[in-house]
Design a protein around this ligand. Structure first.
Ligand SMILES: NC(=O)c1ccc[n+]([C@@H]2O[C@H](COP(=O)([O-])OP(=O)(O)OC[C@H]3O[C@@H](n4cnc5c(N)ncnc54)[C@H](OP(=O)(O)O)[C@@H]3O)[C@@H](O)[C@H]2O)c1
Length: 231
């Protein structure tokens, strides 16, 4: 079987680290982050802060079969106390950095002929939640970007967006800071659980693989039923 090259931007922690581990069993995995992740995984680490540096393309293969962009924010604040610079920061990290990475990787993705891109939104775009204005604005833009590129880059590059609910990663640590908070959060979900990084990573692995070769332009809720069910 042909070996496939995958790039995970943000593969050192959280969902991205789990995805790197799964993909590394059968593929050549490259991951970018500001700090190195689990060195036991067979994946190539490339140090880069995508908010401030260009991707070191000379360290990446010239063909990419898949790309996942992981960096994101969860800044929960009442709208009236959100500072303009905080909104800008969230937009930069979630949207502009993703757009910049996609521009830089387009040529390598196009070269594969059947590449797949996975971006990340949040359940808080489809379902209004108090204090989520900044992240919901940014992730709403990611959903728009994902759908637009899915149309523009078809049929050579598929693009899909995963919209998770709260998942136990370093990013969500301030919200899930005690067993009581985790339990309370779990009970808000129809499936009575919070997400684990593996729940989301397995979905991303599927969307990046040829098993999902007829899926593009979708926003996929992986959210314990929160966005669609009332039980
Ligand atoms: N966790 C949740 O509850 C949740 C819920 C809804 C949506 N999401 C979305 O799901 C995605 C993944 O979330 P997560 O919880 O796995 O996040 P996470 O734990 O914060 O991990 C993010 C990864 O991105 C890397 N990263 C961050 N900024 C970077 C930069 N400027 N340059 C290069 N790498 C950078 C981090 O590594 P370094 O720090 O080493 O750079 C890390 O590997 C995000 O887009 C998030 O918004 C998460």
């Amino acid at each position: 079987m042909e070996s496939r090259n995958y790039l995970i931007v943000g593969g050192s922690k959280g969902i991205g680290a789990s995805l790197a581990e799964y993909l590394s069993f059968d593929n050549d995995v490259y991951y970018i982050a500001r700090s190195e992740g689990n060195t036991a995984i067979e994946a190539t680490y490339i140090s880069c802060d995508v908010s401030h540096e260009a991707l070191p393309l000379d360290q990446l293969p010239d063909t990419l079969h898949g790309l996942a962009f992981m960096p994101g924010t969860i800044r929960l604040k009442p709208f009236r106390s959100l500072k303009p610079e905080e909104i800008t920061e969230d937009f930069q990290r979630n949207v502009l950095d993703a757009a910049s990475v996609l521009k830089q990787c387009y040529r390598a993705l196009k070269k594969a002929g059947n590449a797949s891109v996975v971006l990340f939104s949040t359940v808080a775009v489809q379902q209004g939640m108090p204090f989520h204005a900044s992240v919901a604005m940014a992730k709403g833009a990611i959903e728009g970007l994902g759908r637009s590129l899915a149309a523009e880059w078809a049929p050579d590059i598929r693009v899909n967006v995963i919209a998770p609910s709260i998942t136990d990663t370093p990013l969500a640590a301030p919200i899930l800071s005690s067993d009581e908070r985790k339990e309370k959060s779990a009970l808000r979900h129809p499936l009575k659980k919070i997400g684990q990084p593996e729940d989301i990573a397995r979905t991303a692995e599927f969307l990046l693989s040829e098993k999902s070769s007829w899926i593009s332009g979708q926003i996929l809720g992986v959210d314990g039923g929160l966005s669609t069910l009332r039980v």
